[in-house]
Design a protein. Sequence first.
Length: 251
Amino acid sequence: MSTVGDPGIAVVTGASGGIGSAIAVRLAADGLCVVAGYHSAAERATQLVAGLAGSGHRAAQISVLEPTSLAALANLLADGPGRVDVLVNCAGVTRPVPHDDLDDLDDELIDRIFATNWRGPFATVRALRPLLEAAPSPVVVNISSVSAVTGQGSNVAYCASKAALDSMTRSLGRALAPQIRMVSVSPGWVLGEYASRMPAGVLDVQRDATPLGRLATPDDVAAAVSAVVHDLPLTTGAVIPVDGGRPLGTH
């Protein structure tokens, strides 16, 4: 991924969130120079960068739905390191809507979820493709969800958007080979910001239905991303679960 004195460059979108920040911390500890992308939480991203191991890290405002923002990011990186070794697409949105409440899942929310969770990662890959291809062994990691497989999640559109993201991983894994690897990391429930807003009983049900008997942490997800980057050089177009075997559960 890098040579002595020449750290690889990792771009993490959504780095100001719980999972994204854990990924940034892990990749920095691995020796990568991290660009911590944020949408609006500039202070959180700045604090994150200040605490990362190593040097040369920076926070960057990245709006994955704005072509001008992605173009600015590409220009910034082209004028600096001239390459991207790792891109982690972690930015995403959702809102809890019961699956049988078809009216509350309105068109505006559906469009926002698909635009952020699918079009955003695709647009980011498209914008950074020349910089990825300039790296010796680049990899894109899309943060997906077990909802893509189970159809159980915060709402129907969220589940579908993550299934679409995994499909994109497979499609681009073929289309961009052999230059760029594409991998989805797919957690189940993660004990982070979103889960903290749920009633305790919801988490208990999910834990009881998980064969390994515990839910993931942001660090579990970050460890999987690190493994994809450093330890799985022959893996592309694949979905790596970090869900404790949740699809095998009984309910």
